[in-house]
Design a protein around this ligand. Structure first.
Ligand code: NDP
Length: 335
């Protein structure tokens, strides 16, 4: 059934069905594509779709009992569509199952570059990468030397935003939920500073310590108390990109609202929501920009790879307690 809005997802929300049979060819009369799934992506938005909230986001809610859909990487086994042929590698919306018949082909993209790990098309070269790239460069409109703060900074999106900001010559601080993640931010991703928000009893004080002169850009992945504290620390004409609000997806934690919104007005701050899907038409521009960074080692990408379809539920559930270190992927088959 649908998840009540007042609790986190748990593994038993998922049922593994070993009965379903699928013919390994596209049926007559369909112009779809039959794929073997190789990697599945765990993304926080999927939790929103597990609730009975029709059309609340870019997608509609899942139907209880049906196969979970989400981003993934797959290999085409059979195709009745002229744009795809047997052997093509693709990324896009697929199912949490070994094989999927995909008929919404506008949500499927051919993979042209295979000199990078295929799983990257669930992360840095897929939807989270697009989110970080356009969310930072377009929505935040950064300038060299500006002070940038990123929350959930070790995640699929956050680790990239911080590195894009460093490449722009900004001063970058990230927050994350463990000491291990703080070390990654400082020593692997090149953030200037980082703190563990779970160990700070006063978030305002932590931000003042890291940004004595205030924050120009806040890339918000969490909302809630952190957003409220950042509002107090924004500089004049700052920008806040509302990427996500994971604290609000589980309403158990929505105990304190945002109190400091008037600071937007006092300081003429621009706070703007955005959706990765708006930027899909610019995917090739994005690839041109990001692929060289990967090949030249200017950007690194950390993934947390669970093995096997049976481990997909626990991998997904882990997103909401911060179990994942980096982009959560599920590897389910070899190419
Ligand atoms: P992540 O890889 O960052 O995984 C989620 C992380 O959120 C966890 O690892 C955990 O890290 C942190 N987290 C979980 N619960 C809480 C909490 N209660 N308070 C603070 N932090 C918490 O996910 P993504 O990078 O894929 O997504 C990041 C955000 O961006 C999400 O809000 C997501 O919905 C949003 N998003 C929006 C898009 C758009 O189009 N606007 C597209 C893609 C993502 P920690 O250990 O640090 O707590």
């Amino acid at each position: 059934d649908y998840i009540e809005s007042t609790r986190s997802p748990i593994e038993s929300d998922f049922v593994i069905n070993t009965e379903k049979k699928i013919h390994l060819e596209v049926p007559q009369g369909s112009n779809g594509v039959l794929v073997k799934n190789l990697y599945l992506s765990c993304d926080p938005y999927m939790y929103i779709l597990m609730k009975d909230i029709k059309d609340a986001y870019v997608f509609t809610s899942y139907t209880p009992g049906s196969v979970i859909t989400g981003f993934g990487v797959a290999k085409v086994l059979d195709s009745r569509h002229p744009n795809f042929k047997k052997g093509d590698l693709v990324w896009g919306i697929t199912g949490w199952e070994e094989y999927s018949l995909i008929t919404k082909l506008e949500e499927l993209f051919k993979i042209e570059h295979t000199d990078v790990p295929l799983s990257y098309y669930t992360g840095i070269l897929g939807m989270p990468g697009l989110t970080a790239h356009f969310g930072f460069h377009e929505v935040c409109a950064p300038k060299k030397g500006e002070y940038v703060f990123v929350s959930a900074a070790v995640g699929a999106v956050g680790q990239l935003v911080g590195q894009f900001a460093k490449l722009m010559g900004c001063y970058v601080v990230g927050s994350a939920g463990s000491q291990e993640k703080v070390e990654l931010l400082k020593n692997k991703f090149g953030f200037d500073a980082a703190f563990n928000y779970k160990e700070e009893h006063d978030l305002d004080a932590a931000l003042k310590r890291c940004f004595p002169e205030g924050v120009d850009i806040y890339f918000d992945n969490v909302g809630g108390k952190m957003l409220d504290a950042v509002l107090l620390n924004m500089r004049n004409h700052g920008r806040i990109a509302l990427c996500g609000m994971i604290t609000q997806y589980n309403l158990l934690e929505q105990v304190e609202g945002v109190n400091n919104l008037m600071n937007l007005l006092y300081k003429r701050v621009r706070m703007e929501g955005f959706a990765a899907f708006d930027y899909f038409p610019f995917y090739s521009k994005f690839l041109e920009s990001v692929l060289p960074y990967i090949r030249e080692g200017k950007i690194i990408y950390v993934e947390d790879v669970a093995e096997g379809l049976e481990n997909a539920p626990s991998a997904f559930v882990g997103l909401f307690s911060g179990h994942n270190v980096g982009k959560q992927v599920v590897a389910i088959a070899q190419d």
